[in-house]
Design a protein around this ligand. Structure first.
Ligand SMILES: Nc1ncnc2c1ncn2[C@@H]1O[C@H](COP(=O)(O)OP(=O)(O)OP(=O)(O)O)[C@@H](O)[C@H]1O
Ligand SMILES: [Mg+2]
Length: 616
């Protein structure tokens, strides 16, 4: 047989290779912007026409290239960024493979103008489908300007695969945003079809986020800042209350490179846990700095994936940092007192020394269910005694860490403290002010700065949720033995699901015995009535089914959530004043009193000035 294997001509090989790196205008934009960042520029402009299909151009004021380098830069595997294999373990640039320009040049018409600072004349070079069509010295600005015209002009099949201009523009903008986000010390502008789309001035990371996503983000972000021996993580997460139904602004950067990492995404979202509704996605903008030797970025042609040497460790640091940030800062902004100087109540005019540090006083032995009269789901009026102990130990630790980290006592009261100050404010004035119910849905209470409104159902859900979670993580709870065990019918698959939850259910006080097509209820939690049992178990099974469809939330959290929603006092239930006071006390003894387990707001304040404004 004659020999049939032949080397492909360079231009064809390049075209094939280009397919991996350049799929659409957005991929070329990414490569050009990354080259511009690597060039040390502090001013970068992207110009696009027709979603980048006919023109995309990146101008930078970086280091520029000599005439020889300008020519070399389009050769495959020609790079100034690494010289030997070992360098792969210490990559500090975005590029390193020397492939991008060769790939782009294989499938487009290129015009490059470049001049290093020290040279008087620059180089102008044109290439078409990998072929050099012109090179000459020319006067040009310091830095580099690279135009890519008619992408895929010689690969009609690829060109036909491009989506509508709207879709391609969206992809292109997304690439621009990713690079611009993590390089806030660089000015960026973007023009599309002659119109300015973005003009971003250098500044802080937060400023860059706000400039890109809108002013509202100024209020929505919580800082994340953590350094361990191996990694540093900083950036921002969006407050839970602003989480979106669509996977929106979720950005991970590793060593200033945007990456997609489902595992780390889970680290963040699970840190939000019960604060988020099941179908909502939090926003985050997080930057991880790590020794390049501890990651492998060379696993995907577009360099948007990374392998960590110790992914579990990175996961745990990300998770803990986000959790700490939520714990430290995540409180409803409306609970922040903007003290109006015109309000000169005794509290305001009192000399500073007299001010008592607000304290949390919660009885740790308190069982929230002692108060619930079996059968009625109503709040008992007595039984909640305040003791000297503090709230949840985990929360306190988080908070303490924060203080230690700051290295000094916190002089400005945090929002959390404000919240407790709010509670003490209420206590101070409780002789004078009363709770009253609005339309059997909301509880209103006078506070110094206005009126506080609490959603009764949501508040009770939060109280029960935390109580159930505590039960689930502790010992088996007291169960009320049923004299005549009741049978509830379930399909075999539902029964299987129920069985997988048996340990948790037992811990909550359910004593269940599975038969062929039913369970017999031998015991139920002390605070649940016989009446509720079927509906509650059905809701638990239903939720377990949903959990299979969209895993992510921990079992205990789902269970506690389902039960709390089932058991909470509903809107429409009349509450006695003492019951309202009890609910208030128990709500503010919760870890997260301002947000319901589904992420909805529980507490809001209508300020006096709001009321004045309303009545103007
Ligand atoms: N805007 C620019 N300013 C200065 N030099 C540039 C610029 N763009 C490219 N270069 C030079 O051209 C070389 C080739 O660029 P190219 O993007 O093809 O490869 P790379 O960036 O080294 O690696 P990768 O393929 O991973 O992007 C770079 O190493 C750099 O020296
Ligand atoms: Mg590059």
């Amino acid at each position: 047989m004659s020999n049939i294997i032949k080397l492909l001509p360079d231009a064809v090989a390049n075209q094939i290779a280009a397919g991996e790196v350049i799929q659409r205008p957005a991929s070329a934009i990414k490569e050009l912007l990354e080259n511009a960042v690597d060039s040390g520029a502090d001013d970068i402009t992207l110009v696009m026409k027709e979603a980048g299909k006919t023109l995309l151009q990146v101008n930078d004021n970086g280091c520029g290239m000599s005439a020889l380098d300008a020519r070399m830069s389009f050769e495959r595997h020609a790079t100034s960024k690494i010289t030997k294999a070992d360098d792969l373990f210490s990559i500090h640039t975005l590029g390193f493979r020397g492939e991008a320009l060769a790939s782009i040049a294989a499938i487009a018409q290129i015009e490059l103008k470049t001049r290093p600072k020290e040279d008087e004349l620059g180089t102008c070079l044109t290439i078409e489908g990998s072929k050099l069509t012109g090179q000459e010295p020319c006067p040009c600005k310091e830095g580099t300007s690279l135009s890519v015209k008619n992408l895929f002009f010689n690969v009609p099949a690829r060109r036909n695969f491009l989506k509508s201009n709207t879709t391609e523009t969206r992809h292109s903008i997304e690439e621009f945003v990713r690079v611009a986000l993590i390089n806030p010390s660089i000015n960026f502008s973007m023009f599309h079809n002659g119109k300015l789309v973005y003009k971003l001035q250098k500044g802080s990371f937060k400023k860059r986020i706000v400039d890109l996503f809108g002013k509202v983000y100024d209020e929505r972000l919580l800082p994340v800042d953590q350094e361990t021996e191996l990694i540093a993580i900083n950036g921002f997460i969006g407050k839970a209350e602003f989480a979106k139904k669509t996977r929106g602004e979720q950005y991970f950067f590793v060593n200033r490179r945007f990456i997609k990492h489902p595992y780390l995404n889970h680290a963040v979202t699970s840190a939000f846990n019960e604060l988020l509704p099941t179908d909502a996605f939090p926003s985050y903008f997080l930057h991880i700095e790590i020794n390049p030797a501890d990651i492998d970025i060379n696993i995907h042609p577009t360099k948007t994936e990374v392998n960590f040497k110790d992914a579990k460790y990175v996961y745990s640091v990300v998770h803990a940092s986000v959790r700490e940030s939520i714990g430290k800062y995540n409180l409803t902004p409306t609970l922040d007192f903007d003290i109006d100087p015109s309000l000169t109540t005794a509290f305001h005019t009192r000399p500073k020394e007299d001010l008592q540090a607000p304290a949390i006083t919660v009885n740790p032995d308190y069982n929230p269910f002692e108060n619930i009269k079996t059968g009625e789901k109503s709040f008992a009026t007595a039984g909640f005694k305040k003791g000297p102990a503090s709230g949840d130990p985990n929360w306190e630790n988080l908070y303490r860490n924060f203080e230690n980290k700051a290295g000094a006592t916190v002089t400005q009261p945090t929002e959390k403290e404000n919240l407790f100050a709010l509670e003490s404010e209420y206590k101070e004035e409780q002789n004078e002010y009363r709770f009253f119910q609005i339309h059997r849905r909301f509880i209103a209470c006078n506070i110094r700065s206005g009126v506080m409104i609490i959603d009764q159902q949501k508040a009770h859900e939060r109280i029960l949720f935390e109580a159930y979670l505590k039960k689930l993580s502790g010992q088996q709870q007291a169960s009320q033995q049923q004299l005549f065990p009741r049978e509830i019918h379930f399909s075999p698959t539902d029964l299987e699901l129920l069985k997988t939850l048996q340990p948790e259910l037992t811990r909550l006080g359910f004593l269940l015995e599975g038969n062929e097509n039913s369970v017999s209820i031998k015991g139920i939690p002390a605070d649940l009535t016989d009446m509720d049992i079927a509906g509650t178990l059905e809701a638990i099974v239903e939720d377990a089914k949903n959990a299979l469809a969209e895993p992510g939330k921990e079992k205990n959290i789902r269970l506690a959530y389902t039960l709390s929603v089932q058991m909470a006092v509903k809107a429409g239930k009349t509450l006695a004043e003492a019951e309202m006071a009890d609910l208030f006390d128990r709500l503010f003894a919760c870890k997260v009193p301002e947000t319901a387990p589904d992420g909805k707001k529980i507490v809001g304040i209508v300020s006096l000035s709001d009321l004045e404004e309303f009545l103007k």
